[in-house]
Design a protein around this ligand. Structure first.
Ligand SMILES: Nc1nc2c(c(=O)[nH]1)N[C@H]1C(S)=C(S)[C@@H](COP(=O)(O)OP(=O)(O)OC[C@H]3O[C@@H](n4cnc5c(=O)[nH]c(N)nc54)[C@H](O)[C@@H]3O)O[C@H]1N2
Ligand SMILES: Nc1nc2c(c(=O)[nH]1)N[C@H]1C(S)=C(S)[C@@H](COP(=O)(O)OP(=O)(O)OC[C@H]3O[C@@H](n4cnc5c(=O)[nH]c(N)nc54)[C@H](O)[C@@H]3O)O[C@H]1N2
Ligand SMILES: [Mo]
Length: 779
């Protein structure tokens, strides 16, 4: 176990939520943020208590029903006992099962998408390890594409502006906002609790300071969204309380006013844009008899027409930046606000100007709007995947419940593969997926579910084979992100918990049994891999004629500053300056206001120009409140929900749901009450916080509380802990992108008056301590 009695010196480490050091003092691990981080993330304090928490997995475990009956469909997943196993035995068993599935069904029956954030180190990146292993052992696997973060925008942006990374991450720079921007229309805000996180980790969290600097210079930040807390207090002078899910209607109204005032940039629309006329016919109501004016939008958005007209009239002639948080497109028709925001910036002629235009997801996360490194950082080669089947990532339940069925995606008609074995490492679908009762039914369909985990997440509890994995503090790695200049030598800060092994060691053992050890390991130990992966950075530095310390020097220093490329506005500025010579990689080479390609797909739920498409999931008398299920402030997703900081932010052990005083009073709810949130899909408990920071008609419950079914034997149990994904809808954003719709749904709330059930989310499942005879996998 993790008992460290001797004091140690401080050693560097890295996480998605920042760079830090760890030091043992008096038997306690003391975590300190990097001294140069101006706005460190309090999530760091989830680490110390997590190390040896009861939720950690100590030993390999196999589900009893799977052991006794062999692989196959089983509704007992998530409600069964587990049998402890020795590593050798469980690896033999798993290697035999992988071979059985491969021989009988082929690699195309293995789903290795394994979506999730895992940990920040570049070598121990769980998905890379899993993908490399499946490619080496089976020749491939069915993969998933896109993300839960940006499911709709990753598909729409290449149609309308260009490569996703170029037009989001490498587009408008924070440095230019500080210097140039006059007005920011921040749809969904720019919440610094979100931008203190980035995949791979950022060493200096500067967004908060940049917003204050821009505001001091005179930049006006307009927060458009349901929560007042989505912009820092210091810059939050204007809160536009829009009904969630209706931003496209507001943007259309702004566009309509600007065009009616003849204040749009006709020259820019003619020189840089494609399809304005088609869109203008829609905007003005010539194609459907409904002008998209502010009066029309008022009924939809809940905002007064005057408010929208006044905002529209502040924009022409100014340096305007339109930002759209990830959250807006994690919803029905999520493609539309992204597309319409780009159109709004285009008709103001702003794309490509320093600090102006459209910046997707700026402020949602830390690695957007920053300079990029001039040298590569470590990345593990995943080898070749020979299986061509894939799904858009959020279609996991659809795939498992509908094998062989067709579905639409981005102009193609694809077929769901028939999956027998699901392998997950580094993600938590019982955190990230919607409609968890449906996900349970989907997981009951497979032959075998394998999970490598740090802790007993609901995903691990639903698995057949659970392999205990080290957490990042228990291993050595290289830390960094392509948008951060600090490369971190991630030193080990603790000994592994129980019998936990890192993903690489687990896969190496399996690879040996499957006859692909050489292909998987290339004969390298972990340390040799770190040295090998560091080489690309060292070579890059040497190539630029800079000091290129060898690995031992880097390791001993603990960190290294990398050179960065200057910010040049990327592909959008290059196109603005030279539209003929530097066309955008879109169909027309221009900014697509209307898209002939998308129109050609003929999707009713995503037509050929941005449009207001009324949602299906609207408030009704039975579910009169809109639920905003956004990112948690106290942790990253579900990671270390059992950590000290995350637990301290809960009330009576439950996740906190915030609501407006009038909505609370109407239900007889007081601050601190435990309430039941419910709709036709499920129900959960949460502690109520009453606050005017939430607009009326909305209740906000963040994601990440571990799913805690009160009676696991029921088909649709109450989650007593507060996981909003028991309530959300499992549908695609549209036929175009098939992104997830996790951010918004509708619910009713009532006071919970029963006996408060205990929290069991962090309790390990019942373990049957025996070592059964080795079972030959049969079918
Ligand atoms: N309702 C709703 N749902 C949402 C969202 C929303 O807004 N609303 N947001 C969505 C978004 S944007 C995202 S990105 C997803 C996030 O969903 P996930 O990325 O799946 O969530 P995490 O909690 O980060 O899961 C990572 C898991 O990996 C484990 N892990 C960490 N390090 C390692 C390792 O080294 N090896 C192994 N084997 N495991 C490791 C952690 O213990 C944890 O269980 O959630 C999505 N779900
Ligand atoms: N602390 C912390 N930070 C994180 C994460 C985390 O788990 N914890 N996750 C990271 C990840 S993976 C991602 S993808 C990003 C996600 O970044 P986002 O998706 O931008 O983050 P959210 O907090 O889900 O949503 C931001 C705000 O959007 C508002 N909003 C919701 N729906 C609407 C709408 O329809 N219209 C308008 N105008 N506003 C709306 C809500 O008030 C919400 O607070 O965050 C990253 N940062
Ligand atoms: Mo995300």
């Amino acid at each position: 176990m993790t008992e460290q009695v001797k004091d140690t010196p401080a050693k560097p480490h890295n996480s998605h939520w920042g760079v830090f050091s760890g030091q043992w003092i008096g038997g306690k691990l003391v975590i300190k943020p990097h001294p140069n981080d101006p706005d460190p993330n309090p999530i760091l304090q989830n680490f110390p208590e997590a190390l040896s928490h009861k939720a950690r997995i100590a030993k390999p475990m196999v589900r009893r029903g799977w052991l006794e009956n062999g692989p196959g469909k089983d509704a007992r997943r998530g409600r069964d006992e587990f049998v402890e196993m020795e590593w050798d035995e469980v690896q033999d068993l798993l290697a035999a099962e992988l071979k059985r599935v491969q021989d009988k069904h082929g690699a195309k029956a293995v789903f290795g998408g394994s979506y999730g954030w895992s940990s920040a180190g570049r070598f121990h990146h769980a998905q890379s390890q899993l993908h490399r292993f499946l490619n080496a052992a089976l020749g491939g696997y069915v993969r998933s594409i896109n993300s839960y973060s940006a499911g709709a925008s990753m598909v729409i942006l290449p149609h309308i502006l260009g490569n996703y990374d170029d037009v989001s991450r490498r587009n408008v720079a924070w440095a230019d906002i500080v210097d140039y921007t006059d007005v920011i229309l921040a749809f969904g805000g720019m919440n610094t609790k979100n931008s203190r996180v980035a995949a791979g980790g950022i060493s200096r969290h500067t967004e908060h300071g940049d917003m204050i600097a821009a505001s001091r210079r005179g930049c006006e930040l307009v927060l458009i969204g349901p929560l007042k807390t989505d912009l820092p207090d210091e810059v939050n002078n204007e809160w536009v309380q829009i009904r969630p899910g209706t931003d496209t209607a507001m943007m259309l109204a702004l566009a309509h006013t600007i065009v009616m005032d003849d204040a749009h940039d006709r020259a820019f629309l003619a020189s840089h844009c494609h399809g304005w006329e088609t869109f203008e016919d829609y905007l003005m109501g010539r194609s459907d008899s409904q002008p998209k004016n502010a009066d029309w939008a008022s009924d939809i958005t809940g905002l007064s027409a005057e408010t929208m007209r006044a905002i529209a009239r502040r924009l022409p002639g100014k340096r305007v930046l339109v930002t759209v948080a990830h959250s807006l497109q994690r919803a029905e028709h999520g493609e539309q606000p992204v597309w319409m925001a780009s159109v709004l910036a285009a008709l103001l002629g702003q794309h490509g100007l320093p600090g102006g235009g459209f910046s997707y997801a700026l402020g949602s996360i830390a690695n957007y709007g920053r300079r990029h490194n001039a040298v590569p950082i470590a990345a593990l080669n995943q080898l070749k995947n020979n299986v061509s089947d894939y799904i858009p990532v959020a279609r996991i339940s659809d795939m498992l419940l509908n094998p062989g069925q067709p579905f639409d995606y981005n102009g193609e008609r694809l077929t769901y593969p028939d999956i027998k074995l699901v392998y997950w490492a580094g993600g938590n679908p019982f955190h990230h997926h919607q409609d968890l009762a449906r996900l349970r039914r989907a997981f009951a369909e497979v032959d075998t579910l394998v999970v490598h985990e740090i802790g007993w997440t609901a995903t691990a509890k639903h698995a057949d084979i659970v392999l205990p994995c080290t957490m990042t503090l228990e291993r050595e790695d290289i830390g960094g992100a392509p948008t951060d200049p600090l490369l971190v030598a991630m030193h080990r800060l603790a000994v592994p918990f129980g019998e936990a092994r890192d993903d690489y060691t687990i896969f190496s053992g399996l690879a040996e049994r499957m006859g692909c050890a050489e292909a998987f390991t290339e004969g390298r130990s972990t340390e040799q891999w770190l040295r090998f992966l560091y080489q690309s950075t060292q070579d890059g530095l040497a190539g630029l004629g800079l000091e290129a310390p060898d690995f031992d020097t880097f390791w001993e220093r603990g960190e290294m500053m990398l050179p960065q490329l200057p910010h040049d506005g990327g592909t959008v500025r290059a196109f603005r300056d030279d539209p003929a010579g530097k066309p955008l990689p879109t169909h027309s080479g221009k900014i697509e206001i209307a898209s002939d390609r998308i129109a050609g797909f003929g999707y009713a739920d995503c037509p050929g120009h941005p449009a207001w498409l009324p949602p299906v999931d609207v408030v009704t008398p039975a579910t009169p409140l809109q639920l905003v299920a956004n990112q948690p402030a106290s942790r990253l997703h579900s990671q270390f929900d059992f950590g000290g900081h995350s637990l301290a932010e809960k009330r009576r052990g439950r996740e906190v749901a915030r609501m407006h005083p009038l909505d609370a009073a109407a239900r007889g709810l007081a601050d601190g009450d435990i309430a039941r949130l419910f709709n036709s899909r499920g129900a959960c408990l949460a502690a109520i916080a009453v606050t005017e920071d939430v607009m009326q008609g909305v209740i906000q419950l963040p994601t990440g509380a571990w799913y805690d079914p009160q009676d696991a034997h029921e088909d649709n149990p109450l989650c007593v802990h507060g996981n909003p994904n028991v309530l959300t809808r499992d549908v695609g954003t549209s036929s175009l992108a098939q992104g997830c719709c996790g951010q918004l749904t509708t619910v009713e709330v009532e006071k919970f008056t029963g006996n408060l059930p205990p929290i069991q989310a962090f309790d390990p499942p019942v373990a049957v301590k025996r070592t059964p005879p080795r079972l030959e996998a049969t079918e």
